[in-house]
Design a protein around this ligand. Structure first.
Ligand SMILES: [Zn+2]
Ligand SMILES: [Zn+2]
Length: 231
């Protein structure tokens, strides 16, 4: 019931920002909130009830065709970076997504304190000393944390100021529904509650995490869609 309601409210908000031409075969343009005079070409995102920022073309896909399978991307045949016309959208599984999910063991352990979550998906690639998985990004863009990439591949960009956290407390887990977005404070409170907050303000991994988040943001700020990062 709730899911149904949230989809319809997402649809309502989504269509407010879409400009449809007379000919339905032409591109349908996503309109940013900014006005045309100050429009810097930012594509923007639309957030759902869980504060996730969704890419408009992915929302268009979701509304027309249903959920996007894990690891697949929505691309545009017209190559118009603002287009959300479902006729111009298609799914691909490629690049980063394929390399990423190939290194994931979907039969990881179930965590004893949260058995209801089901089993974890274990990142089998490179691990950092802090226990998080690390993924090399294409285009000499450095590296990112595997659970952040899992989030991005599933939901799109990580909204400004939010972190990707684990419900299962298993750092190597990249199962999308074991991940959630929270603030830095949520993260600290969560760790306090679980008694695993490192001493000192500048725990090395927390700084690194922040750097990696910035790397990913830089990618999306320069107008590179997750789709394109995948190449
Ligand atoms: Zn188009
Ligand atoms: Zn997990």
């Amino acid at each position: 019931m709730r899911a149904k309601r949230s989809i319809s409210s997402l649809a309502e908000r989504f269509w407010l920002h879409v400009q449809k031409p007379g000919n339905p075969d032409e591109c349908w343009l996503w309109q940013c909130r900014s006005d045309p005079n100050t429009d810097t070409g930012r594509y923007g995102s639309i957030s759902d009830e869980d504060r996730r920022g969704l890419k408009p073309h992915r929302v268009s896909w979701l509304l027309h065709f249903g959920p996007i399978p894990t690891g697949e991307y929505v691309r545009r045949s017209c190559r118009n970076s603002r287009c959300v016309n479902p006729k111009h959208l298609y799914l691909v599984q490629d690049g980063l997504a394929r390399r990423f999910w190939e290194k994931v063991d979907r039969n990881g352990p179930t965590q004893a304190h949260v058995p209801h979550l089901g089993n974890c998906w274990t990142w089998t690639g490179y691990l950092m000393p802090e226990g998080y998985g690390q993924v090399a990004l294409p285009h000499n863009q450095g590296a990112a944390l595997s659970h952040q990439i899992a989030w991005q591949l599933t939901h799109g960009a990580i909204p400004e100021g939010l972190w990707v956290l684990h419900k299962c407390d298993n750092r190597v887990c990249v199962r999308p529904d074991h991940l959630f977005l929270g603030t830095h404070q949520d993260n600290m409170a969560d760790m306090d509650a679980k008694g695993r907050r490192p001493r000192g303000e500048s725990a090395p991994w927390s700084k690194l995490t922040e750097d990696q988040v910035r790397t990913i943001r830089t990618l999306s700020a320069t107008g590179v869609n997750v789709d394109d990062i995948a190449e």
